[in-house]
Design a protein around this ligand. Sequence first.
Ligand code: FES
Ligand code: FES
Length: 169
Amino acid sequence: MPITFMLNDRSISLDVEGEMPLLWALRDVLKLTGTKFGCGAGLCGACTVHREGEAIRACTTPMSSVQGRRITTIEGLGGQADHPLQDAWIRHNVAQCGYCQPGQIMAASALLAQNPSPTDEDIDRAMAGNLCRCGTYSRIRAAIHDAAGQLQSDSGQTPAPYYQSNLES
Ligand code: FES
Ligand code: FES
């Protein structure tokens, strides 16, 4: 029986086995290759997507668990425009090889949805499972602070003090 779910705000039905990892369905069946295959074992975060807004590992998530749920990938994160995190990533030149970055941005966006003004410690805790072999961690942190400030400005709130200092550094 087909598995029906919302993918990037569109209803979709796939005739696949329930045990198939979501990552396989995204990349091999749907050709959405923004979500990356790293370890395949839930250890690196390269395959991070959202299920109902929560960051999950697509490589260890069976298709049976997405039935009727809302899945968001990097391709659908910002809707019609880039997400403020994607703009901040560019401003801070975060990516090196880029392979881990979709997963990093998906993890960061789930963090900001829950915590609009994270501290360094909040960021380090939330992002700890997303590995970057190129060592872009300090730029990732700066970009998250930048995007958090941007989102607060857009919502009419006063940006946290570190927003400006990070932009100037
Ligand atoms: S590929 Fe899924 S956590 Fe590494
Ligand atoms: S940018 Fe190369 S692995 Fe993170």
